[in-house]
Design a binder for this molecule. Structure first.
Ligand code: CA
Length: 359
């Protein structure tokens, strides 16, 4: 390129840049002041941190045009009513997990965690490349909510048990804090699922009101001090193999945005989705070491025979739920097809590689 041509091109580039580089802001004559509620306690690591990060990045990318004020669970609305507040338009945004909507939309559970379902990598593949997003939007359309995946815990832990689990017989009469579909599986195994909010778990376990609990993974479980109330820490989290978290946007709010602002929301949600998963992976590792070395926690695998039986019971639970709800069945059928197909590939890729590391 000669010098004259370069100047000409650079000039055009500059001129185009000055037009194309600013229209997002120029077009956004409106300023938005939004409220965002969450399901999480104030300063809850990763979950709440990620939401604050989301609000900050959206503000930066829109040069202050979208200003989001974040409220932790209970600060503006009760934690489990965050989704309803978005649905009713009281607030513009919420962050939580789809299985909290199980009561009004049983199919929502597929968008957070399914026992023996997809892990984080699988969930993201399903959402972004496997038809999951279209179903997600369809399930939430009656609630006037536009959903986006935003965060994933990775594989959780099976939980804390006061007594050892040696066979399925140890689940008989076991009172365990375990929500959702996992709780239904425990009930089938002869146990009693108990619903408790995060803040109530430690005391219940310490006093023996419950015999066991699941929570998240080493990082969050360490902070809750659960190792002081039970010494057996089991893996893997068969009931939550890669729990996806969600951003819920009010439909009217979403429709009122220009395409570039919609793109900023969507892309930032994807960025935070990756950020949260990365945080979990890194922080869980350090916390696990601390639990084992400093607090002498016994980290144990659930026996293969137990996992095999829990898997069988999980399928029964999913089939029963599908028979009760048409939308659940629709999502289940597609989810299962996707999980089976990617499972075949994963068997000779991820799983084969992880097994090779054990050799
Ligand atoms: Ca959990």
């Amino acid at each position: 390129m000669d010098r004259r041509e370069f100047i000409k091109k650079a000039g055009v580039g500059f001129a185009a840049g000055s037009v194309l580089g600013t229209p997002a802001i120029a077009r956004a004559q409106k300023k938005f002041k939004w409220k965002m509620v969450t399901t999480w306690p104030p300063n809850f690591p990763v979950f709440h941190e990620g939401v604050v990060r989301f609000a900050g990045q959206v503000k930066e990318l829109t040069e202050g045009a979208i200003d989001i004020r974040v409220y932790a669970g209970g600060e503006l609305v009760p934690p489990l009513q965050a989704f309803d507040a978005v649905s009713q338009g009281t607030v513009e945004l919420a962050h939580g997990a789809a299985y909290y909507q199980a009561g009004k939309a049983p199919a929502s559970q597929f968008f957070s965690a399914v026992p023996f379902g997809l892990n984080a990598q699988g969930m993201n593949a399903w959402f972004y490349a496997g038809g999951g997003m279209a179903l997600y939007r369809e399930v939430y359309a009656p609630f006037n909510v536009v959903p986006f995946p935003m965060g994933n815990s990775g594989v959780q832990m099976a939980g804390w048990f006061r007594k050892e689990i040696k066979s399925m017989a140890d689940f008989k009469g076991l009172k365990m804090r375990i929500p959702g579909l996992g709780g239904k599986v425990l009930a089938k195994a002869g146990g009693t699922p108990v619903l408790l909010a995060g803040g109530e778990i430690y005391t219940a376990l310490e006093r023996g009101t419950i015999d066991a609990t699941e929570w998240v993974g080493p990082y969050h479980d360490l902070r809750l001090g659960l190792y002081r109330a039970a010494k057996h820490y089991y893996y893997p989290g068969w009931h939550e193999p890669g729990t996806a978290l969600e951003l819920a946007v009010n439909k009217k709010t979403w429709a009122g945005l220009t395409k570039d602002f919609q793109s900023i929301i969507e892309t930032t949600a994807q960025a935070v989705n990756l950020w949260m998963l990365s945080e979990f992976e890194a922080k869980n590792a350090g916390a696990l070491r601390e639990l084992q070395t400093k607090h002498k926690v016994k980290v144990l695998p659930l026996p293969a025979s137990v996992l095999k039986e829990l898997k069988k019971l999980s399928k029964q639970v999913l089939d029963e739920e599908a028979a009760k709800d048409a939308m659940f069945k629709k999502v289940y059928d597609q989810f299962k097809r996707f999980a089976d197909e990617t499972g075949t590939w994963s068997k000779i890729s991820e799983r084969a590689y992880l097994q090779a590391l054990e050799l």
